[in-house]
Design a protein around this ligand. Structure first.
Ligand SMILES: Nc1ncnc2c1ncn2[C@@H]1O[C@H](COP(=O)(O)OP(=O)(O)OP(=O)(O)O)[C@@H](O)[C@H]1O
Ligand SMILES: [Mg+2]
Length: 319
């Protein structure tokens, strides 16, 4: 997948000007000459280091996008968020936990092309490094998923320390990434328990409808039992309202109810309804590459700012 940015956008991400992109010798030395479509996104990290503009410091962390309810935007939001973190200059690992391989697809790859998934790490003790694949964008890596993951629950069942497999495995890679973004399937079982045990933060995309309430209650109960029984305390729980349409009375009411019951967890950013998420994923292009001016991209960028700021004030690191 080749992603190119117009000079203005490429320059903005580097906090410079289009004019400087052409004139600055340090940049000319590292940038692939632009075509009429602009500069190669893959050159961003090199350009960033040539200019000496690292991203704002952040404590390395693992952030799990989870909701037991299906179709709330876990995959759409987590992959757009991960890509945005990469655009800002962070080293990012996306872990696709869902055998449907949607996160893999959203990043432009096809799960069935890869012989290994997280299954190999958790069950066959394959080192994490051996299952990480590159996305073509230096600094944005992926542990892909495919149907091979579909029997993971059964395979984990008889193993000793079965809740801690992922956490232990990720300890191997230490702080090689600034952010590890995990996209969970909408299920309740050992895999998601592993993901929770490995996470510093939980990000919960919810729809502004009343069905989402039941799901949240179950999620909070699970998190509480995690603390009580397994001694794992999450740093942050972020609830994110997704696919919001303010012209629907019911959506406003549901948002009001979320504000009332979950105020301390609800993030400020609301992600509006935006058809570009579906279009981008069907083309296997990250939202910010497909339509960076869309409402969805705008809102995910705001969410990223908010979560990075929260992470900067966090207590724990991954390693
Ligand atoms: N903000 C949004 N506006 C409009 N559509 C959205 C938005 N976010 C996600 N969608 C669409 O909603 C559907 C479900 O999104 P997605 O697959 O990201 O959810 P999910 O929680 O990962 O689902 P699953 O539980 O199956 O893993 C997709 O068709 C996606 O394109
Ligand atoms: Mg999903």
């Amino acid at each position: 997948m080749e992603i190119r940015y117009p000079p203005k956008r490429f320059a903005e991400l580097l906090a410079t000007t289009p004019d400087q992109l052409e004139r600055e010798p340090a940049l000319r030395a590292v940038l692939t000459p632009p075509t009429h479509e602009g500069y190669l996104a893959a050159d961003l990290p090199r350009a960033r280091s040539a200019l000496g503009r690292p991203p704002r410091a952040a404590t390395p962390r693992r952030q799990l996008f989870l909701n037991f309810k299906g179709g709330t935007g876990k995959t759409s939001v987590s992959t757009a968020y991960a890509y945005r973190l990469w655009e800002l200059g962070y080293r990012v690992l996306v872990i696709d936990l869902d055998s449907q391989g949607h996160a893999t697809k959203c990043l432009g790859l096809e799960g069935s092309d890869f012989p290994r998934t997280l299954f190999d790490v958790l069950v066959r003790r394959t080192p994490v490094r051996d299952v990480v694949v590159e996305t073509g964008l230096p600094g944005l890596s992926l542990i892909p998923s495919n149907l091979g993951m579909s029997t993971i629950e059964l395979a984990l069942m008889p193993l000793a320390g079965r809740e801690f497999k992922l956490r232990r495995a990720l300890e191997e890679i230490g702080s090689a990434y600034d952010f590890t973004v995990l996209d969970a399937p909408p299920s309740f079982g050992l895999l998601n328990l592993n993901a929770l045990m490995a996470a510093n933060d939980l990000v919960v995309p919810v729809l502004a409808d009343f069905l989402s309430f039941h799901g949240l209650k179950l999620l909070f109960e699970t998190v509480q039992s995690l603390e009580a029984d397994l001694g794992h305390v999450l740093d942050h729980i972020f609830i994110v309202i997704n696919a919001f349409n303010k012209s629907f009375k019911l959506a406003n009411e549901a948002r009001g109810a979320l504000q009332e019951h979950y105020r301390e967890f609800l993030v400020h950013t609301v992600i509006r309804q935006c058809t570009k998420f579906a279009q981008a994923s069907s083309e296997g292009r990250p939202l910010f590459a497909f339509d960076p001016k869309s409402k969805g991209a705008h809102d995910v960028a705001a969410l990223t700012e908010e979560l990075v700021a929260a992470a900067a004030g966090s207590r724990t690191a991954v390693a």
